[in-house]
Design a protein around this ligand. Sequence first.
Ligand code: FES
Length: 107
Amino acid sequence: MPVITLVHHDGRRDALDVPPGTSIMHAAIAAGIDGIVGECGGSAMCATCHVYVAEGKMDQLPPVDAVEDAMLDSTACERKPESRLSCQLRVTEEFDGLVLFLPEQQV
Ligand code: FES
């Protein structure tokens, strides 16, 4: 099963076993990760599931669509080139080893 590592703003790390087909937001909520809120339930409507993708990994992920792109302008913390909404990242086997950094706050 793909393992996704979430790095909290304070440096804590959580490694999650995420079944393929599951969004990273849902996996994080299920694991009780406090750095992901997921207020809208995964509809790309709240930007409270914001993550920063580790350097060099953006190209391995599905592209940002127009809805996600618009919502990324509403994140609580600065939008960066490596910003994604974790609810829009549905895990495949290729995600194994992915590292995501959590912003300081989501709201
Ligand atoms: Fe709301 Fe991702 S959970 S935008």
